[in-house]
Design a protein around this ligand. Sequence first.
Ligand code: CMC
Length: 391
Amino acid sequence: TGLITMDPGYKNTGACESKITFLDGEEGKLMYRGYPIEQLAEKSSFVEVMYLLIKGELPTQSELDKFITDINEYNYVSEDLIKILDAFPSSAHPMGVLTSLTAALSAFNPKVVDVTSPDDMYRAAVTLLGKFPVLASWTQRKIKGLPVNYSNDKLSYVENFYQLLFKKPGQELDLDPVIIDAIDKLLILHADHEQNCSTSSVRLVGSSHAGLFASISGGISALWGPLHGGANQAVLEMLEAIKNDGGDVEKYLAKAKDKNDPFRLMGFGHRVYKNFDPRAKIIKVAADNVLEKLGINDPILDIAKKLEKAALEDEYFKSRNLYPNVDFYSGIIYKALDIPTEMFTVMFAVGRLPGWIAQWMEMRETNQPIGRPRQLYTGAPLRDYVEIEKR
Ligand code: CMC
């Protein structure tokens, strides 16, 4: 069988070549297609970043207009999907609902399941980019008890997503530019992060030539976990718990350092970054701005800052290079925007979607072989079957 190199968690295994995202974990640098994340967060828009990730270059105005028109052509979902949505209890976690509805899209759009040509792939991509915010919004409306909502082509991608989430029937919804800009920036910062757990899942599922929607559904499931995208929900729950417990951050630091306590400081540490997560730096400033502009004074932000300061000065965290990651401050912004805590990871998924799609396309275009790791067998040696009455 040949020699097998063991690498649990793929800590040192390169699974593919990629031209999409570069990250330097020692230096804390992140670039999409060569453009630094700081410049994109400041100057670009989410829809432009979607184009950049998927097509490889920043669009001209007419290319961007066509891209938006192509997405808008698909920004609805079949009414039959509402029956599936209705079947979930309102207590269901939105990520569970989202993963199921995304998988169900394969059944409703059979033509985009079997893709081979670049045109087919592009059509699958814009189809999903159009439909995904609708499905994501339905998961929030479900927990809030609101009827489903539909897209408005006159709005930008992010404005439309916002109205999909929040507009009540018959209501004129105010599209506050501070809120729209904050969501746009958060989505840009989450748009891709090379071969992380969910992206690797999308590639692994897709490597069997399963369709785009099924592959993305696998990615959403991977993102849900608290060690990955689910950390943003876990961070806010942790900060609330510290607040309700008298705000003693040292007590929680001690718990995080105690190897007999399973508690980890959520929003801290990263597999690749051994320095500040550059996205966390941008989000921290954005959290301050958004709260100030919206006139919100949230004690959670003070606790987050106290906790961050204490951890950065602590020997345990210093010696292990544990810094705040992207999820540490994002939840504070989502909370200020009135997004329910259970929805935070769905917001992450909407941001990550173009990255997943770009990675899936690259995998298919470069004819990646089917993903199939080996193992080291440590089970029972050869033995004979024993009849049930003799066991
Ligand atoms: N709190 C306390 N100790 C930690 C933490 C933490 N958040 N993170 C890592 N450590 C310790 C860990 O116990 C280990 O210590 P020791 O060497 O004494 O055994 C050392 O640091 C190395 O950790 P690891 O678990 O081997 O590192 P990993 O690369 O396997 O895990 C991680 C990376 C992100 C899963 C982990 O840091 C973690 O669980 N963080 C908290 C969850 C979180 O914030 N996840 C979001 C990640 S960023 C965005 C995303 O992916 O969605």
